[in-house]
Design a binder for this molecule. Sequence first.
Ligand code: ADP
Ligand code: MG
Length: 173
Amino acid sequence: ITQPIFLIGARGCGKTTVGQKLAEACHFDFIDTDVTLQERAQQSIADIVAKEGWPAFRALETQTLQSVTAPQSVIATGGGVILAPVNREFLRENGIVIYLKAPVAVLAGRLEAFPEESQRPTLTGKPISEEVREILAQRDALYRETAHFTVDAACEPDDVVAQILAAIASVQP
Ligand code: ADP
Ligand code: MG
């Protein structure tokens, strides 16, 4: 296959970590929309949100997603990309969408262990596990309806990559 592979899921599910390994395994390019967006804006997501607000950030996210989409790429998306119907439709129609699904405790544990990697501003100001629980409650159905495949993202990165490769191999060219 040459279609883009989109990775979706909550912050901490492994989109960046697994995406890099998957891209190596497929000899695809790896693109992280959050990284591209911040490079192009020359400021952090936290600063964009603080200065211009969430709607402005979401608009940039849609623009970034569409502009980076190309064949033979693994594209790691932001956790909230599925909130916009236009993004859900774009993802489903322009590539293979993989949901990296992990339980709240796993996500919270990873974010607590590496707080410096969670650059995105907190949405609620609550403890991490509580925030992750609330975000998943809001978004899990959207991740599932957007994904062509859901994989277990609680296991080792190499195992997550293997699950994704198996899912992709089942797609007819
Ligand atoms: P995302 O890009 O989805 O926010 P990251 O890839 O940045 O997630 O991963 C968040 C943190 O969890 C990182 O510190 C990463 O090393 C760790 N991590 C990611 N995937 C796994 C995994 N499958 N097993 C263990 N730790 C992981
Ligand atoms: Mg990431």
